[in-house]
Design a binder for this molecule. Structure first.
Ligand SMILES: NC(=O)c1ccc[n+]([C@@H]2O[C@H](COP(=O)([O-])OP(=O)(O)OC[C@H]3O[C@@H](n4cnc5c(N)ncnc54)[C@H](OP(=O)(O)O)[C@@H]3O)[C@@H](O)[C@H]2O)c1
Length: 316
């Protein structure tokens, strides 16, 4: 019965007690949303722009990016929407995107590490890493670290003394295990297990970021956005996609918990915490107890740093 109840709560969470109507004027703040070309990220970016924020949408291709910027301007009524070209699965692209952003802006107030893939067609990156983990975790790790100077400056200038990093996790992290052997070289786990471990990975990263930079005004959270009707399931069998579209919620609902962590005054003290739909703290604050273990966070952080250093060594 407990299992059935937990599945029902996952698909049909209780009514939200917070809504985007509570978001005040965001003008003067700079936001960067990855995975903004569709789904949850696009809905999140649209609201930020509609509320007056300066919004950077990160997209993989110039054609998509210009299209998304036009759509967001039309939907939000704001002209302060810009794009960054970013392929999260490529550390080189992450570096170019971060450099471009830092040439435009000295401050970043909220970074939404939201871009992600499930069961991508290319199983490995050109460097031989699992594409899912490289995109969903390593890219976000590198981008966040490169943007830290702007985030720390944003924290200093913001009235509540914080800059926020909102990391999109998933309820799949609740049952996942992290197997380092499966992250490099030939795929040794199912696509679903690789996705779930990447979502556990981003949650461990979010918690470790909180440990390392919480005393400097960074508020790092992770979010299960809910079961949302997006393009995430595009490589799944058609019948499953059809069924999921019937039961999943619209992207605007998926963006709600991200926005709550990113801009609500009451979440400024939530550094290191995990949130669930709709806009509520997770019951146990983390999807799994291991996320609270500093040794687990340190190990993943160092593994990610090693991958960044591998690229530096091979390209120098
Ligand atoms: N939908 C759900 O039920 C659900 C549940 C739990 C968690 N999530 C998480 O929510 C986040 C957003 O997903 P979504 O559901 O909104 O799905 P989506 O519509 O497929 O959006 C994913 C976004 O990530 C981008 N992306 C994928 N690979 C990328 C790469 N290598 N570099 C840069 N951007 C890349 C996609 O860009 P392209 O358009 O270029 O592919 C797209 O904008 C993901 O992290 C996902 O894991 C979703």
């Amino acid at each position: 019965m407990g299992g059935i109840l937990s599945i029902l709560v996952q698909y049909f969470p209780p009514r939200a007690k917070w809504s985007v109507d509570e978001i005040g004027d965001l003008s003067g703040n700079v936001y960067l949303v990855t995975g903004a070309s569709s789904g949850i990220g696009k809905a999140c970016a649209t609201t930020l722009a509609a509320k007056g924020g300066k919004v950077y949408v990160a997209c993989r291709s110039e054609a998509t990016a210009t299209d998304v910027v036009q759509q967001l301007k039309a939907a939000s009524g704001s002209n302060d929407v810009h794009y960054l070209l970013l392929d999260l699965s490529s550390l080189k692209s992450v570096e170019q995107a971060a450099a471009h952003f830092l040439r435009q802006e000295t401050e970043l107030h909220v970074l939404f590490n939201n871009g992600g893939v499930m069961a991508p067609p290319e199983v490995l990156t050109p460097q031989g890493l699992d594409t899912t983990f490289a995109t969903n975790v390593l890219g976000a790790f590198h981008l966040t670290n490169l943007l830290l100077p702007a985030l720390l400056a944003g924290a200093k200038s913001s009235p509540d003394g914080t800059a926020r990093v909102v990391n999109t996790s998933s309820s799949t992290a609740e049952l996942a295990t992290l197997d380092y052997q499966s992250l490099i070289g030939k795929k040794q786990r199912s696509a679903h297990a690789l996705y779930a471990q990447s979502k556990l990975g981003i949650t461990i990263f979010a918690r470790e970021l909180a440990r390392r930079y919480g005393d400097q005004g960074i508020v790092s959270t992770s979010v299960h956005p809910g079961s949302i009707n997006t393009e995430l399931f595009r490589t799944q069998p058609a019948i499953l996609q059809w069924y999921l579209r019937l039961i999943h919620h619209p992207p605007e609902k998926g963006a709600l918990t991200l926005l709550y962590c990113g801009v609500a005054p009451e979440t400024k003290l939530s550094n290191g915490k995990y949130f669930i739909p709709w806009a509520r703290p997770g019951k146990s604050w983390q999807p799994q107890p291991c996320v609270e273990d500093p040794a687990v966070g340190k190990k993943l952080w160092e593994w990610l740093e090693d991958r960044v250093n591998d690229i530096k060594t091979t390209t120098s």
